[in-house]
Design a protein around this ligand. Structure first.
Ligand code: GLA
Length: 477
């Protein structure tokens, strides 16, 4: 079969996958697919609050060769032996592997699609499985969304082998992105919809502004004379149970903040206002002038962290009910109350201001105000550090060095607690920028003496979203 050009650009990747596949399976006619990772330029932790983000899909991806099976089994192997073979059956409720297992991302996609088609009253009994061999070059646990790329990729393969064409129109892609955002909660995270949407709908040469509820996308061209450089802090933002709790605490705090605001605004206006998310605070939804909303909302919280009992008292509920409504994990257990309390004011402030920064950034980019865009990136970082508290020492050092090295803007990107930074750098400074960061951060600060730092710091091209070519298996389907 012919191999799409981007599939083989880094030399023999396709061959490696086919060889690994043939050594394990008998399938000869293979489809091929890829789904990119992403780097978020600005708009951190806004998506699950219903506020926009501004990421781009990158030229690093997870690729797979695959073939349909006649039965309902799904078998996954990987060219990287760190990821051991996984195999499971398509069934009504697919039990998960232990937290952090790579197979869970495929299970998440399949379970999400089964639920979706069942809801649409489509018969799922005849769905069949597949065998697939994966190969990835997105740094993992680095905040570049390798996990959502895997979810998207598995969804596309599942659709292809079952001859379903949900992803072939723009509306279909939006629907698929939306359903996969929810589907990924299967792994235990309570994230929003940015990662799946950008992996599916990235556009070469463009960053994409994404709005939520309803999902909408708007690509904005990136300037030719600037580069996006990603640098890995090397602090792993892995999805262990502990990391999940750290991440999930933020959506929980935001839901609690929204509940307090709903109560405060409803009391003030003498009617129930429709606020479920912080992003619902707008004039259009509440039918109240924007200025009035902010006067009330900005004064609604005290700086000191809240205990659950205090929040429950504000809401006029028993603490158990508040915990049940807002603090549940996916498995039904209750998220433990942080000893220092819930930081409602700080999380509220970050989310609302970050949403505004996204709007301003898109405008800055569209009017060619690159330095304005860079300043917004810097402000976003400070807010992520001080109000959302998702930075760490290494990220701080890396951002500081990146700015000294000539970045117009530099910030942590993705979920935080480690992972990567993203920097905006003028093209003719990229080489000296990279050299400076290698010397000051990797060699001097982290005391690393790698021969090649190319997997830790690299410029990224904005790439197209996921693609699938099932030409090789079409005859069989
Ligand atoms: C993770 C989540 C996203 C988003 C980011 C933070 O990547 O999967 O939905 O919340 O963190 O912006």
């Amino acid at each position: 079969m012919s191999v799409p050009e981007d599939m083989d650009r880094d030399g023999g990747r396709h061959r490696k996958m086919v060889e690994t596949h043939s050594a394990r399976f008998h399938s000869r006619e293979l489809g091929i697919a890829r789904a990119p990772g992403r780097v978020n330029l600005i708009g951190e932790h806004t998506d699950y609050n219903g506020l926009p983000v501004f990421p781009m899909a990158v030229d690093r991806d997870i690729a797979a060769v695959f073939a349909p099976r006649k039965d309902r089994q799904i078998i996954l192997i990987n060219t990287d032996p760190v990821f051991a073979e996984r195999s499971f059956q398509i069934e009504e409720s697919i039990p998960s592997y232990s937290t952090g297992d790579w197979g869970n991302y495929c299970k998440a996609a399949v379970q999400g699609l089964l639920d979706f088609f069942r809801q649409k009253r489509r018969s799922v009994d005849r769905f069949r499985g597949f065998e697939a061999t994966f190969d990835g070059n997105i740094p993992s646990a680095a905040g570049m969304s390798s996990s959502s790329a895997l979810v998207v990729l598995c969804a596309l393969i599942f659709l292809a082998v079952n001859d379903l064409d949900l992803h072939t129109t723009v509306e279909g892609k939006l629907e698929l992105a939306d359903l996969l955002a929810g589907a990924e909660h299967y792994v235990g995270t309570q994230g929003g919809g940015m990662d799946q949407a950008i992996s599916l709908m990235g556009r070469s040469g463009h960053a994409v502004k994404i709005d939520f509820f309803p999902l909408q996308i708007r690509p904005a061209p990136l300037p030719d004379d600037y580069s996006i450089v990603v640098a890995d802090s090397t602090v792993k933002a892995a999805k262990t149970a502990e990391a999940l709790d750290k991440y999930n605490r933020r959506p929980i705090e935001c839901r609690l903040a929204a509940a307090v605001l709903k109560k405060t605004l409803s009391d003030r206006f003498g009617r129930e206002v429709p606020v479920a998310l912080l992003g619902d605070l707008n004039e259009h939804r509440l039918a109240v002038p924007e200025g009035e909303i902010w006067t009330i909302a900005d004064a609604a919280f005290h700086e000191h962290p809240y205990h659950l009992e205090e929040i429950a008292a504000i809401l006029g509920q028993k603490p158990e009910k508040t915990a049940h409504l807002y603090c549940q994990r996916r498995d039904g257990t209750i998220f433990p109350q942080p000893t220092e309390g819930f930081k409602l004011q700080q999380r509220y402030r970050h989310v609302i201001d970050e949403g505004r920064r996204v709007e301003q950034s898109v405008q800055a980019l569209e009017t060619g105000d690159i330095h304005g865009f860079g300043r917004l990136m810097n402000r976003s970082h400070e807010s992520c550090r001080d109000l959302y508290e998702i930075s760490c020492q290494e990220l701080e050092r890396l951002v500081q060095i990146s700015r000294e090295a000539g970045a117009v803007g530099s910030r942590l990107t993705g979920a935080g607690f480690g992972g990567c930074t993203v920097s905006l750098v003028e093209n003719n400074r990229v080489e000296s920028f990279v050299e400076h960061v290698i010397q000051a951060f990797y060699r001097h600060y982290l005391k690393r003496d790698d021969r090649d730092f190319g997997s830790l710091i690299f410029p990224c091209r904005a790439a197209d979203g996921a693609s699938i070519d099932r030409a090789g298996i079409r005859a069989e389907i």
